[in-house]
Structure formats: C-alpha cells, structure tokens
Write a new protein. Structure first.
Length: 214
C-alpha cells in the first residue's frame, strides 16, 4: 500500500478525494484523523501544519500532497484509471479545473461558513458573514442551474468537476434545500448520490452524520 489518505469520513473536502479514489478503485490506506484527540491532532499537524484534510502521503514516490484538487490532479497523473478525472485535452482540462474551482470557492466554502458558524460559541457568531455567504452561494447556484445538463458537468464524462460538485451540493442542500429554486441542480445531485463512488462515500459517512451541526 503506497497511498495513505489522512481524512475524516464526514469531511466534505475529503469526500472529493474519496470519490476520485473509488472511481478508479485506487488502493489506499485510510488514516482517520479525529481532531478532537490530541494524539491524532499532533500527528496530523506534524504532517501538514495548516491542519486541513485531506492529505495524501505517497510512500512509493515520497510525496506528501495536501489540497483536494491537487490530490486529484496527482491521482490522475500517477494513478490513472478508467475515469479520466482530468481530461487529456487541454481545453477540456481547463474547463474541468474552472468548474472544480467554482464549486470549491463559490459554493463549498460558503456552505462551510454557514455550517461552521453553527459550531461557534454563543457570542462569537457572525450573522452578517453567514448572510453574505448565503447570498453568494445562492448566486453561484443560479449559475450552476443554467450550466448543468442531464449528464455530468462535462457531459458524458465524469471528472474532477463532479468530485468537487458532489460534496458541495450535498451539504448546500442541507443548509438551503435546492429543489424548489434549483430543480436541475437538485436532479444532478440526485444522480450524483446514486453514482457508486459517491453512494459509497455517503454510506461510510452514515455513522458520523450525527456530528453534523444540523
Ligand atoms: N482547500 C482545502 C480545504 C480543506 C478543508 O477545509 N478541510 C476541512 C474539512 S472539510 C478541515 O480540515 N477542517 C478541519 C479544521 O479546520 O480544523 C482542500 O481543498 O483540501
């Protein structure tokens, strides 16, 4: 086993990478990081002082790779499989990267701001920031609604863009249900949920869902 994934089963950014790994049945060793445990936390911060997962350590190639998109690029380059996560065609690859960035920056991060605020202690909440995040996420979802078709984000091919979209939309739907205002996006999310790679991620997250700040 050469790939060790430092992750948590409830972490949305870790889901992105898990989907990519499951798409290509890439073997890896899962290393569950429980940041509430001092020993896990210390070991993880030693590996990656920024303290954000996922992180992949490739013992065969002696690389430590943080950041979900960069990890997926790394997998596409060094551990390719039947799902081409980043297309070979440069124009298509750029479009995939654009969508990946779009979902992370304009939906995923706002969703994290909204859910993260629920975990803040009373007196340290940021209602103004949460309202801003909700408004910006809504604008971004409007753009997704006009972009999304009946297949995957790039059409027939499932790519890194879909890996990014799945967790962002799953949790966005929890904080602001999609169906009424964004029906095509909700239908896309429904397709993602039954994609075997994402269905497996959701199943494995099941025992941890009670930790989600509903
Ligand atoms: N840009 C990073 C974001 C990673 C991130 O925000 N991870 C969250 C979990 S979804 C995390 O590590 N949270 C732990 C913390 O902030 O203490 C990526 O794409 O990997």
């Amino acid at each position: 086993m050469t790939l060790r994934l430092h992750y948590h089963p409830l972490s949305s950014f870790c889901w992105k990478v898990l989907i990519a790994l499951y798409e290509n049945a890439t073997p890896f060793e899962p290393v569950l990081v429980d940041l509430s445990k001092a020993e896990d936390r210390d070991a993880f911060y030693k590996l990656w002082p920024i303290g954000k997962f996922p992180v992949i350590a490739d013992t065969a190639r002696n690389w430590m790779v943080p950041e979900s998109s960069i990890i997926i690029e790394y997998l596409a380059q060094h551990y390719p499989g039947r799902t081409a996560l980043v297309p070979a065609d440069p124009d298509a690859a750029r479009q995939v990267r654009m969508r990946d960035r779009f979902f992370d920056l304009h939906i995923h991060n706002h969703m994290q701001k909204i859910t993260g605020d629920r975990l803040r202690p009373a007196g340290a909440k940021d209602p103004f920031g949460v309202e801003q995040a909700r408004a910006q996420m809504r604008t971004a979802l409007g753009l997704v609604e006009s972009d999304v078709g009946e297949g995957w984000l790039m059409g027939e091919a499932f790519t890194m863009a879909d890996c990014a979209a799945a967790p962002a939309l799953f949790y966005a739907d929890k904080v602001a249900p999609l169906a009424e205002e964004f029906p095509k996006t909700a239908a896309y999310l429904a397709r993602l949920k039954i994609r075997p790679s994402f269905a497996r991620v959701l199943e494995e997250a099941g025992p941890y869902f009670h930790l989600f700040p509903a």
